[in-house]
Ligand binder design. Structure first.
Ligand SMILES: [Zn+2]
Ligand SMILES: [Zn+2]
Length: 118
């Protein structure tokens, strides 16, 4: 049994010699900051803006982490020093957040957009 698992893992690394690809946009992931740290920044903005979307965002974040933690990524976050385990690029994460808040809070959407995208 153990041997099979090893083989499978070997194949997986063989198929991905170039590194990690974002599960959403399929571009190489070059994150230096993990989604947990990004999520914290978003939470701060939500709290500062007294947005009613805090709970909604927490659910969204947990859901996303759960679905996209493939442990392919082995980079270390420059902020919290944890190993990055979610295979989503910063760009897609922020886009997902913007999608979540858009239509609910336009001001907040603009705020997040200018904070992370510029
Ligand atoms: Zn992406
Ligand atoms: Zn981090």
């Amino acid at each position: 049994m153990e041997q099979n698992e090893e083989e499978e893992f070997g194949q997986l690394t063989f198929q991905k010699p170039e590194g990690i690809f974002c599960a959403l946009c399929l571009e190489p992931v070059t994150n230096f900051i993990c989604v947990e740290c990004l999520g914290e920044e978003i939470k701060k903005i939500l709290a500062f803006k007294k947005s009613g979307l805090t709970d909604e965002f927490r659910d969204f974040h947990e859901n996303l982490v759960e679905h996209f933690s493939f442990f392919h990524n082995k980079d270390v976050c420059i902020k919290c020093r944890n190993v990055i385990t979610v295979d989503i690029c910063v760009h897609c994460y922020i886009n997902e957040v913007i999608e979540l808040v858009s239509g609910k809070d336009k001001k907040l959407e603009d705020e997040i957009r200018s904070y992370f995208i510029g």
